[in-house]
Design a protein around this ligand. Structure first.
Ligand code: ADP
Ligand code: MG
Length: 140
């Protein structure tokens, strides 16, 4: 295991329902440290670029619309095995498949509006952190 950083997003369905603090508490209780955080409102172009890897998928347009419709909270999380640990705390993409006690089991509305994003590997974590944060905005 190693100390890693990962990119997390608290999605519009969660910021709208005032769940930011409860989600941050679950991440912290799970052993992750918030080393950068800001609330932003993405343009459709920004959300489209962030999710470009999914641009051929049938849900892409809906995803981009949802992610740019309302504010999100973007975060850098740090900790032991942070990338995999965050995915565990988040739970499965589809809340119907998510384990008890996970963020998505607790809060997600649907497979699309599933409350949080988390990087899925070291390369994407690096790219996604750089998409939102400059080096001097991350304070470990
Ligand atoms: P994850 O966020 O768990 O890494 P993916 O990378 O596969 O999942 O998908 C990115 C996001 O796209 C999901 O979090 C969800 O918001 C949306 N999404 C994925 N699959 C579907 C689907 N079948 N229908 C609608 N939205 C979806
Ligand atoms: Mg993903």
């Amino acid at each position: 295991m190693a100390i890693e950083r990962t990119l997390s997003i608290i999605k519009p369905d969660a910021t709208r329902r005032n769940l930011t603090g409860r989600i941050v508490a679950m991440l912290e209780e799970g052993g992750l440290r918030v080393v950068a955080q800001k609330r932003i409102h993405m343009t459709p172009a920004q959300a489209g670029a962030f999710y470009a890897v999914h641009k051929e998928r049938p849900f892409y347009q809906e995803l981009v619309e949802q992610m740019s419709a309302e504010p999100v909270v973007v975060q850098v999380l740090e900790g032991e095995d942070a990338i995999a640990r965050n995915r565990e705390i988040m739970g499965a993409t589809n809340p119907a498949d998510a384990a008890e006690g996970t963020i998505r089991k607790s809060f997600a509305l649907s497979i699309g509006e599933n409350s949080v994003h988390g990087s899925d590997g070291p390369d994407t974590a690096k790219t996604e952190i750089g998409f939102f944060f400059s080096q001097c905005e991350i304070v470990g």
